[in-house]
Design a binder for this molecule. Structure first.
Ligand SMILES: [Zn+2]
Length: 485
């Protein structure tokens, strides 16, 4: 008994010293523009009415619609378009510069994408209001892009417009970047990053979409300001199985199709490590712990001590598991042309989402190890992958601004929690030119509404819009007036 107690004390001391620590950010003073819900809702509704759908592999697709959308933005936010330096980087990408008085300070970069995904054919009838009508009803603005991400885009521009109206002249340069192909390629975001790189500049921080104020956070059921400090990398591999061809009446023991099936099974049976290492999940748990019940809360507040138990509990469910490691999803399979001919090869595509601790090279090596015993199976990248960007700092002045403003615009007592975005955003293209990448908008959204993104009946609560504008305004004021660290 004594020994157990002693070791528990030792563990707790260890957890306190060596375990993860995370401190809630101090709320910064909110800087409010006082914009009306009506004006912002109308702007978002009009923005939705431009069906800015990009198409993979066709950079000029819908160029006319994007041009009209940009003309609309220039009418709504005249100061932004007249007083800031506006550069057309190509591919529909707009890059705004508000030059600061101190050129030695690294710029703050706030980005948003103009493009939206199309409505899946056949699902149009499921929408309460047509996806591209931009209807204001029942306290919401309805339509494709309401959350992803024209709500973010118009409130960001409205915030800058209001600052310019007040004569805002920052010390630190502020850029706003509006890409036009996030959903299909991210060429625009790459052009923005190149613009900085060519000038030998680094962004102090980049703020993009990817986190919000989730009202019913799954682990706690309570509101949480979820700031994504990391996101996953991406790699699709092609698995090919080769075997003898010929007549199917005298087959070899393993045909190419059978061999491919074995290869896929071998890969699924050789999962990547699931752990709290190298990602922000342990800090997230520490942040959420006070809102979690009993033992669960105690374990979450001590991830250094109970890491293995937490990982075991999380990895049974798909969404939490995706935050703990690199995931494997066989998505496409092809092989054989007719039933009585032995195929000489069969292929499968497997989509991997890379945890920040797994590089594309590590991932390939891991998969090749899984199929090492299968003669005739080869694995290669289907297309160049993208590495997960580094996890951003959860301390320091840039974090204090982004997270402190999140705290300032959250309901009293709401925890700010860092998280790992399991999807990808435009911001990943800044990995080489930015010190920190954060993904957040203070929109208060239920999980159910988040599931409408890319789906049916996407909508944004009108009451979110002034809060979002004020959040972006506060971040830009704080960044603009913060000197060197
Ligand atoms: Zn998006």
């Amino acid at each position: 008994m004594k020994r157990v107690a002693a070791s528990l004390v030792a563990c707790l001391v260890l957890a306190a010293c060596g375990g993860s620590s995370f401190e809630q950010p101090e709320p910064v003073a909110p800087d409010r523009a006082g914009l009306s819900e009506e004006t912002l809702a109308r702007q978002l509704a009009e923005a939705i009415a431009y069906p800015t759908i990009a198409k993979a592999g066709e950079p000029g697709h819908n160029a006319e619609v994007f041009a009209q959308f940009q003309a609309f933005l220039a009418r709504e936010y005249p100061r932004v378009f007249e007083q800031l330096d506006v550069t057309d980087l190509g591919h529909g990408t707009l890059w705004f510069t508000l030059e600061g008085s101190d050129a030695s300070l690294d710029p703050a970069v706030l980005i948003a994408h103009q493009d939206v995904v199309p409505v899946e054919p056949g699902t149009e009838g499921g929408w309460t209001y047509p996806a591209f009508d931009g209807v204001i009803a029942d306290g919401y603005v309805w339509g494709r892009g309401a959350i992803d991400m024209k709500g973010h885009l118009v409130t960001l521009l409205a915030a800058m417009e209001s600052l310019l109206e007040d004569g805002f002249a920052p010390q630190r340069t502020i850029h706003i970047g509006l890409g036009a192909d996030e959903e299909v390629a991210g060429i625009g975001a790459g052009l923005m990053a190149s613009w900085l790189e060519e000038r030998g500049r680094r962004a102090w921080f980049v703020l993009d979409e990817g986190g919000s104020l989730v009202l019913d956070m799954p682990l706690t059921g309570r509101p949480t300001a979820l700031i994504a400090v990391g996101e996953k990398g991406y790699l699709t591999v092609e698995v090919t199985a080769r075997a003898r061809g010929g007549h199917s009446s005298s087959p070899p023991q393993r045909t190419a199709v059978g061999l491919l099936a074995r290869a896929i099974t071998a890969i699924e049976d050789h999962p990547f490590e699931m752990s709290l290492e190298g990602g922000p999940v342990d800090e997230m748990l520490v942040a959420l712990a006070p809102d979690m019940e009993g033992l669960q809360g105690f374990a979450a507040s001590n991830p250094g001590l109970f890491g293995a138990l937490i990982v075991d509990a999380m990895k049974d469910e798909d969404a939490p598991r995706a935050m703990l490691g690199t995931t494997i999803a066989p998505t496409v399979i092809e092989g054989g042309i007719v039933e009585n001919v032995l195929p000489q090869h069969a292929t499968a595509l497997i989509n991997l989402r890379l945890h920040p601790r797994t590089s594309t090279e590590d991932a390939l090596a891991h998969l090749r190890e899984a199929v090492a015993g299968l003669d005739g199976v080869t694995i290669k990248p289907h297309a160049p992958g993208s590495e997960a960007p580094p996890v951003a700092a959860m301390e320091g002045r840039a974090w204090e601004i982004v997270a402190g403003a999140a705290a300032a615009f959250a309901p009293e007592g709401t925890p700010v929690a860092p998280s790992l975005l399991v999807a990808g955003t435009d911001s990943r293209f800044f990995a080489g030119v930015a010190d920190n990448i954060y993904r957040y908008s203070p929109a208060r959204i239920e999980m159910e509404d988040l599931s409408r993104i890319h789906g049916t009946d996407e909508r944004m609560k009108i009451s979110n819009l002034p809060v979002m504008a004020d959040y972006f305004r506060t971040v830009m004021v704080e960044a603009g007036t913060s000197g060197a660290e």
